[in-house]
Design a protein around this ligand. Structure first.
Ligand SMILES: Cc1ncc(COP(=O)(O)O)c(C=O)c1O
Length: 366
């Protein structure tokens, strides 16, 4: 039994990929070719955003959105939840901001809205909410707060491709952006690295477009310092093809997570699974982490039965105090620490058969 479905999906579409490879070789536009523009149009329409600008990773998408903000504000603090993938934190520091780290909500694994209300202030340049594990949380409430404090609102959507609920309303705020990763295991994954920034702000879109290509203004003129974060045309062609399958893939993933959620004994779990209480429009499950009361025992039992597992993530922002130094301020983050200490992710994806899910459920429950 494989942990994720990346292999299963890629095998299923192998013939389609081969045709895409051939077309790319014939067209000979290997970087930032026509399909990059076409994917940017497709993905922006899909998400109800005016602009989509692709880059080379989810990290670059976050970094460039934040860097644009850094150049346009005197404020220096960005709020983020304390439990997420490392890039949700490091991109903030790299763009020149300080982090104010708040807790993660047990209702949706996004930023804790009550804490955010408490700590939001005129000093906050941006709120970075992570739609962790493929759940979207209180985005509209966060939007309202950001509007009233004239702050940017950036959502890390690296794990939530396909959630478009309330997108029009969110993108209507000029200071709103979404950052995506197309890392191969993502629900919309490329065959290599990739990422994108979505926004209705033309200035941000133009900035990303220039900065990703050495800060170019024209072929031989440079406007910014710039980096190289151009998307390969081949990846864009693959993503264009896979975007058409995304809603279907997410619908299967939702069924599998509901199946798990209905059968796992809540008595064995430390942090309750929220999935049965989440509107399906706010759910595009990416991985399936659980927080068992006895993680070590579960690990032993998984090993005995050869069940592969992983951790999303065995750390919280506290683990990076040395790296982020005096740029990191952490408030009460009890849940984030509890998540990091107790998390274990079990096999999840379209490839799983119900007998395989039953076996995993049985091990967790017994
Ligand atoms: C929540 C989150 N943010 C950011 C990233 C960074 O994306 P990438 O690996 O494409 O740089 C990831 C990818 O794993 C992620 O899961």
């Amino acid at each position: 039994m494989e942990f994720a479905d990346v292999n299963y999906i890629n095998k299923k579409y192998k013939k389609n990929y081969e045709r895409i490879f051939e077309n790319n070789i014939v067209k000979n536009q290997l970087i930032l070719g026509n399909d990059v523009n076409k994917f940017e149009t497709d993905f922006s329409i899909f998400n109800h955003a005016k602009f989509c600008k692709t880059v080379n990773s989810g990290y670059d998408a976050l970094y460039l959105a934040l860097l644009f903000l850094r150049k346009n504000t005197k404020k220096r603090k960005v709020i983020v939840q304390s439990h997420s993938f490392y890039a949700s934190f490091s991109s903030i520091i790299a763009a020149g901001f300080e982090i104010l780290a708040l807790d993660t909500s047990t209702c949706n694994f996004n930023l804790d809205i009550e804490q955010l209300k408490h700590y939001m202030s005129d000093d906050i340049a941006a709120v970075l909410n992570v739609r962790l594990y493929g759940i979207s949380g209180n985005s509209i409430e966060i939007l309202k707060l950001c509007k009233s404090y004239n702050a940017y609102f950036i959502e890390d959507c690296a794990q939530s491709h396909g959630i478009i609920e309330q997108s029009k309303k969110l993108f209507n705020y000029k200071k709103y952006a979404q950052a995506y990763s197309f890392y191969p295991t993502k629900n919309l994954g490329a065959l290599g690295d990739g990422g994108a920034v979505l926004t209705n702000d033309k200035k941000l879109a133009d900035f990303v477009c220039s900065y990703r290509d050495y800060g170019k203004k024209t072929k031989f003129e440079h406007k910014y310092l710039g980096i190289n974060s151009r998307m390969d045309t081949l990846q864009a062609s693959i993503l264009r093809f896979k975007l058409k399958k995304l809603n279907y893939i997410n619908s299967i993933r939702r069924k599998k997570i509901i199946y798990y959620s209905k059968r796992i004994d809540p008595e064995k779990i430390l942090i309750k699974l929220p999935y049965l209480n989440i509107n399906e429009k706010k759910l595009a499950p990416h991985v399936f982490p659980i927080f068992p009361k006895n993680k070590n025992k579960l690990i032993r039992n998984f090993k005995k039965k050869n069940i592969v597992f992983n951790y999303h993530y065995p750390y919280s922002i506290h683990n990076f105090k040395d790296i982020f130094g005096n740029k990191l301020f952490i408030k009460e983050c009890e849940i984030s620490v509890k998540m990091a200490n107790n998390v274990i992710s079990v096999p999840f994806g379209c490839h799983l058969k119900s007998e395989e899910q039953d076996l995993i459920i049985d091990i967790i429950n017994n």
